[in-house]
Design a protein around this ligand. Structure first.
Ligand SMILES: C[S@@+](CC[C@H](N)C(=O)[O-])C[C@H]1O[C@@H](n2cnc3c(N)ncnc32)[C@H](O)[C@@H]1O
Length: 234
């Protein structure tokens, strides 16, 4: 790493040497494809456990009542969210929350959860966006997770379609900004080239409603560098 030019994904509280160690571990974790074999209660959940731990902290702290997720895959992440919401509800019976997850594909053995509603369509189809908007109640606290196609144009379009629905105090999480050299590179199309992190950069140039919360990367291994966006304005 050139000590005078810190990469975009570098954490502000790390020295160059520390960042190098984190990046090397990140590359090892990523290239071993451990994110592809991680399961939550038996369902493939394509995330790092360090990120899902942080998700749990965010859910507990911000208490969203509606989570919109693009990219269901095997349903593991939606299932994870559902079980964390179950656990919070045990502590706080007045807390009622649900998840809407969107994917173009249906897979054999997808996980289901009573809190999860699945939409099988493109996240960017006008009907899908309208359907999601139609599920929002006036009192909802809305959180957003973007984890479908990981190229910049798609993620940027999703941000424009859904991020304005996020409630102040809640988060929009843009997954997998680590690709395109932040610090890893994918070996599978269509994820090569500018990706989620570039979409975040472009989106934040158009709005002051969100701030990147780098404190959510405190566990050092995060597949979502610069991807935890806190909604700070109505
Ligand atoms: C990274 S996976 C989702 C992983 C899942 N959220 C998890 O953590 O387990 C990406 C998913 O996005 C879906 N996808 C691709 N293009 C899409 C689109 N336009 N709309 C909705 N889903 C899409 C793919 O079918 C794939 O299942």
């Amino acid at each position: 790493m050139n000590p005078t030019i810190r990469p975009l994904h570098a954490l502000p509280n790390l020295s160059d040497d520390e960042q190098r160690i984190v990046d090397q571990f990140h590359a090892l974790y990523y290239n071993k494809r451990l994110w592809a074999t991680t399961k939550w209660l038996g369902a493939a959940c394509l995330k790092s456990p360090t990120d899902t731990w942080v998700y749990q902290e965010i859910l507990f702290e911000t208490r969203p009542t509606l989570i919109i997720e693009t990219g269901t895959a095997w349903g593991g992440s939606a299932h994870y969210l559902g079980t964390v919401l179950d656990a919070i509800s045990l502590r706080d019976p007045a807390y009622v929350a649900r998840i809407v997850t969107i994917d173009t594909e249906t897979r054999d053995g997808e996980a289901d959860h009573p809190r999860v509603t699945k939409i099988k369509a493109s996240s960017l189809a006008p009907e899908t966006i309208a359907q999601v908007r139609g599920t929002i109640r006036p009192t909802d606290r809305v959180m957003l997770i973007l984890d479908s196609l990981h190229n910049r144009d798609h993620v940027l379009a999703e941000l424009h379609a859904y991020a304005h629905l996020v409630t102040p105090g809640c988060y929009a999480i843009v997954e997998d900004g680590d690709i395109n050299g932040h610090p890893v590179h994918t070996d599978f199309a269509p994820d090569q080239g500018p990706g989620p992190l570039e979409a975040v950069t472009d989106y934040l140039a158009t709005t002051d409603r969100f701030e990147i919360d780098r404190a959510r990367e405190k566990l050092l291994l995060s597949l979502n560098p610069c991807g935890y966006l806190r909604c700070v304005r109505p």
